[in-house]
Design a protein around this ligand. Structure first.
Ligand SMILES: [Zn+2]
Length: 190
């Protein structure tokens, strides 16, 4: 899992104001650009592409690859999002999660594993079956976004879980695109 050197690196980055960390639940928040408004629907980011590239180059790629899911949460909207009644009831979400967990367990039990995050390269090949159009989407995303090999496997594992949540054995384009959104920090700014 996480080595002590990663923790000291995170501590260093947190001191530098790059991250807000909460190691107990494994969540980490960070600004996507120096001004903090990159990707914010309400407020315009004033940083130049060069400033953003310089800022992100200080955050190591291997570190980003260690994090499964990156999500943009615009600060101004957070309160609204968290107070809104969910479109899907939490009971129904809970049921879906349980079904997805059972799917994963049934698939992985013979390998003595219990969740998609543990999939090896060999098992990714075996279980992350993509529809042809999903494969095409993944390939073009990789060309456009210049993602690392490690990001590639992360995206497939996350897409596998999204497909499980929809009770779909095959990974479809919609699952791939959602998984790519969760890896948005891997995008290279052109
Ligand atoms: Zn900015």
């Amino acid at each position: 899992m996480w080595s002590p050197s990663i923790f000291s690196f995170l501590g260093y980055m947190a001191e530098g104001g790059f991250f807000k960390t909460n190691f107990t639940d494994g969540k980490m928040a960070m600004k996507l650009c120096p001004c903090g408004y990159y990707g914010d629907p309400e407020k315009e980011c004033r940083c130049t592409p060069q400033m953003i590239v310089r800022y992100r180059s200080k955050i190591s790629g291997p570190l980003m690859d260690r994090i499964d899911i990156h999500i943009a949460v615009p600060a101004v909207k957070y309160r609204e999002i968290s107070s809104d009644a969910p479109a899907e009831s939490s009971d129904s979400i809970r049921r879906r999660v349980i079904v997805a967990r059972e799917r994963q367990l049934a698939r992985l039990r013979p390998h003595r594993l219990f969740c998609n995050a543990q999939l090896s390269q060999k098992l990714i090949k075996k279980y992350c079956t993509r529809a042809p159009d999903a494969e095409a989407l993944l390939e073009s995303a990789f060309r456009r976004l210049s993602l690392s090999a490690r990001a590639y496997t992360r995206i497939l594992k996350v897409a596998r879980t999204i497909a499980d949540l929809e009770d779909s054995e095959t990974i479809r384009p919609v699952h791939i695109s959602e998984a790519i959104q969760y890896r948005m920090l891997d995008r290279v700014i052109q």
